[in-house]
Design a protein around this ligand. Structure first.
Ligand SMILES: NC(=O)c1ccc[n+]([C@@H]2O[C@H](COP(=O)([O-])OP(=O)(O)OC[C@H]3O[C@@H](n4cnc5c(N)ncnc54)[C@H](O)[C@@H]3O)[C@@H](O)[C@H]2O)c1
Length: 408
């Protein structure tokens, strides 16, 4: 007797108005999708997760350890956003629930906003716009520049910083960058050995560092003072990396010619909430409500990206770019059955698995194994009839967290 291909149809719950492309892609693969356009509180979430294997959410729904403990059917969570703070990742791993997100999908949107702001600030567009709206015609070239030939200093040359480098060079800017990691310089960009070297040689400084705790307050009085007179400053990375009081002083004094800030140390929780900041009311300062990555294109790409990850996990057990599981994504030999084991990372697990398979008279065509911290992940492709007893024994191993059987 062989193990049934799929004991029951897979069900997905997508909340918070995830882009419809995700539901379409899942449905195309035979998943029954239920959609809710709002965030769910823990009680409602638990009720709705009964019999559901796939959960898709954005940042407003909390997947706590409590929720996970009461959702035994749940196999995988897709965060249709960048951050995963709303999910208790440790608990998810302990319950054998894979988590995926979309770390790249909105990077182009951030870069385009940065480019728009560099041009707008360099041409003093907001100053002209303000004057016109108050009924004053003030035609003047003073303080307005082309970006062509100006020096852009990028701090943090990761996914966003490096794309900005390419677009800025296409506009004729001279790009230099500083990164604490060893990053490949793209185009003609020049690597700076220190942040001070970059600050001393940039007409525009744009921050694109990540949110590691050590970056808290990394850009303050000392760094603003080291910028060249008349320079512009942009932060579209994280609010807590910049001292806004210091930035205000340098704009007020005229040392800096302007700034664009998209991220703030304390951001209001909901649309329509009041917004307080040291930076309000300053000339040639563009303030935006953390919308760097918020475009319809980015939302669609997030929908496509995360749904594809969920489908890969459901169909093949692949964990490439999973937030919490070891990364394994082997191609599949035709005509095999795939056994996926998530287990506590203990010595001897692989030997146990292979003893079981040999005892079940199964020929292993391919086996891929990876560990990460407290867990290990083994993908085994076998040929031949897979007896339910073999799977039961694997499920009964003391180190087992989850076993999935994926038919070819
Ligand atoms: N405004 C928005 O809507 C929005 C949207 C997406 C991402 N972001 C933010 O943009 C930032 C960059 O995102 P990414 O995807 O390019 O990240 P990334 O991880 O690809 O790149 C970050 C880079 O910064 C470097 N770095 C970290 N600390 C540094 C320091 N102190 N000095 C110099 N270099 C440092 C890292 O080595 C890395 O190369 C992140 O903080 C992210 O949260 C904002």
């Amino acid at each position: 007797m062989t193990v049934p291909v799929s004991p029951r149809p897979v069900r997905a719950l997508l909340v918070e108005g995830v882009h419809p492309i995700a539901a379409d892609l899942l449905a195309t693969c035979g998943v029954a999708v239920e959609q809710v356009d709002r965030a769910l509180d823990p009680g409602e979430l638990v009720r709705r997760l009964h019999g559901v294997q796939v959960l898709g959410l954005r940042s407003g729904t909390q997947v706590t350890a409590d929720v996970l403990a009461q959702a035994p059917d749940l196999q995988v969570v897709g965060a249709f956003c960048i951050g995963t703070n709303q999910i208790d990742l440790q608990a998810a791993t302990a319950h054998g629930v894979a988590v995926f997100n979309a770390p790249f999908s909105n990077t182009r949107s951030v870069v385009e906003l940065a480019v728009a702001e560099i041009i707008a600030l360099t041409r003093r567009l907001t100053v002209h716009d303000d004057a016109m709206h108050t009924g004053i015609w003030r035609k003047s070239a003073k303080g307005s520049h082309e970006v062509r030939g100006r020096r852009l200093g990028i701090v943090g040359y990761g996914k966003i910083g490096s794309q900005l480098s390419v677009l800025a060079e296409a506009l004729g800017m001279r790009v230099s960058f500083f990164d604490t990691a060893d990053r490949l310089a793209l185009g003609n960009a020049r690597r700076c050995a220190t942040l001070d070297e970059l600050l001393a040689d940039s007409d525009v400084v744009s921050l694109h560092v990540d949110g590691r705790p050590g970056n808290s307050g990394m850009f303050g009085e000392e760094q603003f003072a080291a910028m060249v007179p008349g320079a512009l400053f942009l932060n579209l990375s994280r609010g807590f990396v910049v001292d806004h009081a210091a930035l205000r002083r340098h704009i007020d004094s005229g040392h800096l010619a302007g700034a664009a800030v998209d991220v703030f140390p304390d951001e209001p929780a909901a649309a329509g909430d009041p917004f307080e900041s040291d930076l309000r009311g300053l000339p040639n300062v563009i303030l935006t409500p953390h919308v760097g990555g918020s475009t319809e294109e980015a939302q669609q790409d997030i929908g496509r990206f995360v749904a594809t990850k969920l489908i890969g996990y459901l169909q093949h057990g692949t964990t490439g770019l999973s937030v919490n599981l070891p990364e394994v994504q082997p191609a599949r030999p035709a005509g095999t059955v795939r056994l996926v084991l998530l287990h506590r990372n203990q010595p001897g697990t692989l030997a146990h698995v292979n003893e079981l398979l040999a005892g079940g008279d199964l020929n292993v065509e391919q086996q891929v194994f990876a560990t990460s911290g407290p867990v290990g992940y083994v993908v085994t492709d076998v040929r031949g009839p897979l007896a339910p007893a073999v799977v039961d024994r694997m499920r009964g191993m003391p180190e087992t967290i989850r076993v999935h059987v994926l038919p070819g």
